[in-house]
Design a protein around this ligand. Structure first.
Ligand code: LP5
Ligand code: MN
Length: 240
């Protein structure tokens, strides 16, 4: 049996190649797994669980079919789908996890998270995150008609894109001290996250010994999956 992890698919109707690869994965590969964890940024942007566009329905149906086949599916919000919530999960049979969770991965306690909270040197982003995670602002946003929400998002995205190009690559990676801090706080030596789009396996020295941090890849050029079983984990790719 296997446990699968994916993140940073950035699904949108503008990239049918990624969507097709994802749906193939959901139909042909995921049903053989016992669990599937989505560690954020499944969507390019999620404006609310009330957005029942045909595209969103097709993705929801893929998860619903998978959970009905007995595969447990879990979701951790990313920086692009932080508005995906309980309703989406109820409709699909998925379980919404908090921003960080410690899971039992074949006997190894493993900390899973999207990864954006580890990028503490990206102060502008952290400030932005704090703003958009305020409950009152999210409630207010949900009251706005969907077509206006879409406009707000594309305006903000265009504005932010220019800012992001000026950022140094280093500050958009995780802060090693923050990684160690999170590992020690949760008393684990295994971590899996996405967000940085830099798939790799890193080692960190912690108070509890050497720790392993696995970074998931994005789906811009290929499908990226972490496949784990009782003997270990492997980062794998699938053609789009
Ligand atoms: O995902 P990626 O890798 O491209 O970039 C992320 C960070 N960017 C984001 C932004 C989102 O993708 C797009 C957000 C659109 C939001 C629309 C508003 C919805 C309102 C909802 C209200 C409840 O997450 C990027 C990081 C990068 O990861 C690497 O870590 O650097 O961060 C940024 O670029 C953010 C800027 O640095 C700061 C932007 C400030 C803009 C202020 C606008 C305030 C809008 C408030 C809305 C009410
Ligand atoms: Mn992200």
């Amino acid at each position: 049996m296997t446990t699968l992890f994916i993140a940073d698919l950035h699904l949108s109707p503008l990239r049918p190649d990624i969507t097709d690869c994802f749906l193939r994965f959901m139909q042909q590969e995921a049903p053989q797994a016992e669990k599937l964890y989505v560690l954020g940024d499944l969507f390019e942007f999620w404006i609310g669980d009330d957005d029942n566009s045909p595209f969103n329905i097709s993705i929801k149906n893929a998860f619903k079919t998978l959970t009905q086949q007995g595969v447990e599916c879990f979701f951790i919000q990313g920086n692009r789908d932080f508005l995906l919530g309980k309703r989406f999960c109820a409709e699909t049979g998925m379980t919404l996890l908090p921003d960080t969770a410690v899971i039992d991965l074949y006997g190894t306690p493993t900390l899973i998270l999207h990864g954006d909270t580890l990028c503490t040197r990206d102060e502008k982003y952290q400030e932005f995150r704090k703003t958009v995670h305020q409950k009152w602002l999210q409630t207010l946003f949900h009251w706005i008609p969907l077509f206006i929400r879409r406009k707000i998002v594309s305006n903000v995205q265009a504005k932010i894109k220019k800012q992001k190009r000026r950022k140094h690559m280093d500050i958009m990676d995780v802060t090693p001290e923050e990684v160690v801090h999170e590992l020690e706080k949760n008393n684990v030596i295994h971590m899996i996250h996405g967000h940085t789009h830099r798939p790799d396996i890193h080692q960190h020295k912690t108070a509890n010994g050497m720790a392993t941090r696995i970074v998931l890849g994005d789906w811009y050029e290929q499908g990226s999956i972490l496949v784990c079983n009782s003997t270990g984990c492997e980062l794998q790719q699938r053609p789009l």
